[in-house]
Design a protein around this ligand. Structure first.
Ligand code: NAP
Length: 339
């Protein structure tokens, strides 16, 4: 264990958020020294990735895919950072990495548990490693091609379509040759995904009857639905699935603030009637495949087949307002905090 004298501001969770009252529950604290355990590294954070899925671990649910965030401890999430001090010979000062880390000026990273990956930002902006070339890109790729098993000619629907993961899913489904319909929460988002991101149609779930619109847009039925929200939107999609369709469950935004299990779709019986395949998937299960995914995603990026806008909030102290965007629909594309 090495102790370093350094000023570090960091966010802790003082109480469990209810709904989206993050600014009441997160507190910015400061320490003047950090201890680096043997085998770990100290990094200076450059970008903090804001990910909607982390909301689920801000509840006391014990049966989630990750354990709950302990009250009073540093809040964790994916970070892009530069090694400052290393107690591990595989990581050297000056190297840049993407890993799990802390919402803080500095992260302590245990390479055994926090998925560090060295990144080369000599030819591409660093920020892309939490977008197309990071977990969102891989999740979108797996959601479309492996869990979704989408193929040319399929009718494909994605929810939270103007957010980071949804935008990538929709564009990859277009590359695959699908007819793609996005569901999003404003007219501006619906217009944008059709005009700038190649979606064939969009539905504003806050203004339109989703089931009726899907019926009109997909008379042949939906072959693949990439679900990011669950709830009434998913139920409207189930009603319009084609026989032998696939529901790839990537996220369930509608339930993330609840400490209880979701009630499930009320039209669960349609899984049998329509002989659907319903499968969840979770990116840490395929983080180890980065070297396989990134050349494919990078080639699409280079060929302008895929793009991702960033919404950058500057300053650690402004993090709660950046995080809130994910739950109030305030973002288009990827939300990051730049330090
Ligand atoms: N399986 C995995 O490993 C994995 C990995 C990454 C992400 N994900 C999932 O991908 C989804 C998106 O995450 P992200 O980090 O990329 O966030 P994001 O899509 O950039 O932002 C979330 C967006 O979802 C929409 N939304 C929020 N609450 C909603 C609700 N209750 N009903 C409908 N829409 C809602 C909002 O836009 P509107 O204006 O459209 O409402 C918001 O902008 C999440 O479900 C997340 O868990 C899964």
């Amino acid at each position: 264990m090495t102790k370093i004298d350094i000023d570090n501001n960091y966010w802790v969770m003082r109480s469990m958020p209810e709904g989206s009252n993050f600014s009441e529950c997160f507190e910015l604290e400061k320490e003047n020294s950090i201890e680096i355990p043997k085998g770990s590294i100290l990094t200076k954070n450059i970008y903090l990735s804001m990910d909607a899925g982390t909301r689920m671990i801000m509840t006391d649910r014990e049966d989630s895919y990750l354990p709950p965030t302990p009250i009073g401890e540093k809040i964790t999430g994916t970070v892009l950072s530069e090694v400052v001090e290393s107690e591990n010979s595989n990581y050297l000062p000056g190297q840049r990495i993407r890993s799990w880390g802390q919402w803080a000026d500095y992260s302590i990273i245990d390479p055994n548990t926090m998925f560090p990956s060295l990144v080369d930002d000599s030819k591409i902006d660093l920020i892309n490693y939490v977008g197309i070339l990071g977990a969102n890109g891989w999740t979108a790729y797996v959601g479309v091609t492996e869990t979704g098993r989408a193929k040319k000619g399929d009718t494909f629907v994605v929810s939270a379509a103007a957010g980071c993961t949804g935008l990538l899913v929709g564009q990859i489904a277009k590359i695959t040759g699908c007819k793609v319909i996005g569901i999003a929460g404003t007219e501006e988002k619906c217009n944008l995904i059709c005009e700038n991101f190649g979606f064939d149609a969009a539905i504003n779930y806050k203004k339109e009857n989703v089931s009726n619109r899907l019926k009109a847009l997909c008379p042949e039925g939906i072959n693949v639905y990439c679900d990011h929200v669950g709830g009434p939107i998913a139920e409207a999609v189930y009603e319009n699935m084609a026989l032998f369709g696939t529901i790839a469950i990537s996220g369930l935004l509608d339930y993330y603030s609840s400490s209880k299990r979701s009630p499930g779709p009320k039209n669960y019986d349609l899984i049998l009637m329509k002989r659907l395949r319903v499968e969840g998937f979770f990116s840490p299960d395929f983080y180890h495949r980065e070297k396989e995914f990134n050349p494919i995603l990078k080639s699409w990026l280079d060929d302008n087949k895929i793009k991702l806008p960033f919404q950058i909030t500057k300053g650690l102290k402004n993090l709660p307002e950046a995080y809130l965007k994910l739950f109030e629909g305030g973002n288009i594309g990827k939300v990051v905090v730049e330090l």
